[in-house]
Design a protein around this ligand. Structure first.
Ligand code: AMP
Length: 404
């Protein structure tokens, strides 16, 4: 059975674990933007607080570990020390800091912990063995530890020492943290347990980066809405005029194959029917609207038009499950943001009526934040590459390691 087959959750439930007196290694994702020691966005840190508190309030000791950036060996600018200071404020208790994630400093720090204490280890990637998944390094990380929690979904697609391998040392005590659990439950819902009608909305720039996701979703969804730059590869493949819109000429066949597969599987593909066009890739460009297959020469399609918005909104409104990855236009420019904004609005309305909606992927997360609707959809996945690989149907080493 695939590690992601959810028939029954096969992972330990953090709510049912007794952490009293236990030393718990928590792999967190504290890879946050820091400039000159100042944390620019602490969202990821704050999101980890419930997992940390669960351990400490249960009488356990939290040993936190994370990577930060891409250091080549020990890199003072990439120290996690500012995060220890920030965490102290957020948690309202001292967060101890170990200047090394293994060796004597870590051993001393761990040995001195009392129930309810928190220790943050230095940047895991100061050791290249972390990313290499070196077993000896992993063994050192596991020293003096009783349990392992992984709350770093964003690195679950990596078979690194702290994200996957370390679980081998805790076969009875490797537990998903709350972030990890929420991601797993939400992604499982759209991949394996979706209520029908199920509509996926895929946008973004290129077909080539979405092929595997499309293939994995086609036998699950009732509707696949396609928008964004990849639209024009499909339209060209069907013989339409796309002017100078973004196109991947080496994927015209891919587009045809996707449409043939969808037909065979009974999934409806919905392409835009009209296009908002510009004479240059610029918010101040000259703008006109055309049928999707009639983009004039010299113009490029940068957003979906009003008829498309109506069509997409209707399909979204009739859906019980919604998955949205990728903007349907160049939403970063105000004159080409309307399509993406309206798709977001339709998803919010469907959610309010009871649909389950999952939004994921860097640009879609940016879009829901930009339009202020992040808290009006069912779940926003911040898993990035890990989420995309999950949607592609791949087995993620970090998740497999938590399965029982
Ligand atoms: P992706 O990372 O593949 O999801 O692509 C996201 C990017 O696609 C965003 O930066 C959008 O501006 C861009 N995009 C969306 N629609 C278009 C379009 N019609 N032409 C060019 N780029 C687009």
């Amino acid at each position: 059975m695939s590690a992601q087959t959810p028939a029954q959750p096969q992972w330990l439930n953090i709510d049912e674990i007794d952490f009293k007196g236990k030393k718990v290694f928590i792999r967190a994702d504290f890879n946050v933007p820091i400039k000159k020691g100042v944390i620019k966005d602490d969202t990821r840190i704050r999101e980890t607080l419930p997992t940390i508190r669960k351990v400490t309030q249960g009488g356990g000791m939290a040993i936190l570990a994370s990577h930060l950036g891409r250091p080549e060996g020990v890199t003072p600018e990439l120290t996690l020390r500012p995060i220890a200071e920030h965490l102290s404020k957020l948690l309202g208790q001292e967060v101890h800091f170990s200047t090394d994630c293994i060796g004597q400093p870590a051993a001393d720090g761990i040995a001195q912990l009392k129930e309810g204490d928190v220790l943050l280890l230095e940047n895991l990637r100061f050791y290249k063995q972390e990313e290499k998944g070196d077993m000896e390094f992993t063994r050192k990380l596991a020293q003096g530890i009783d349990m392992y929690i992984n709350d770093a979904f964003g690195t679950a697609h990596r078979a690194h020492a702290s994200t996957a391998l370390i679980a081998q040392f805790f076969p009875e005590a490797s537990i998903p943290g709350y972030i990890m659990r929420n991601e797993l439950e939400s992604l499982n819902k759209v991949l394996f347990d979706a209520k029908k009608p199920y509509t996926a909305i895929l946008g973004g720039a290129k077909v080539s980066t979405k092929i595997t996701i499309i293939e994995n979703l086609l036998n699950k969804v009732d509707n696949l809405i396609i928008g964004g730059g990849m639209t024009y590869t499909f339209i060209k493949a069907m013989g339409g005029n796309i002017g100078k819109s973004l196109v991947e000429d080496d994927h015209l066949d891919t587009a045809r194959q996707i449409m043939a597969t969808a037909k065979r599987l009974g999934a409806q593909i919905h392409l835009p029917i009209d296009s908002v066009n510009a004479d240059k890739f610029d918010n101040e460009a000259n703008i006109s609207t055309s049928d999707i297959d009639q983009v004039p020469d010299g113009m490029m399609g940068l957003d979906v038009g009003p008829k498309t918005i109506e069509l997409f909104s209707r399909i979204i409104g009739e859906s019980a499950t919604l998955l949205w990855n990728g903007p349907v236009g160049v939403f970063e420019m105000s004159n080409f943001a309307k399509g993406t904004q309206e798709v977001g609005k339709a998803i919010v309305e469907a959610t309010a009526k009871g649909a389950f909606s999952l939004v994921g992927g860097g640009d879609s997360v940016a879009a829901v934040n930009q339009f202020g609707i992040a808290d009006k959809v069912s779940y926003v996945s911040t898993g990035g590459g890990a989420m995309l690989e999950f949607l592609e149907g791949k087995e993620l080493p970090g998740i497999k390691a938590l399965m029982r």
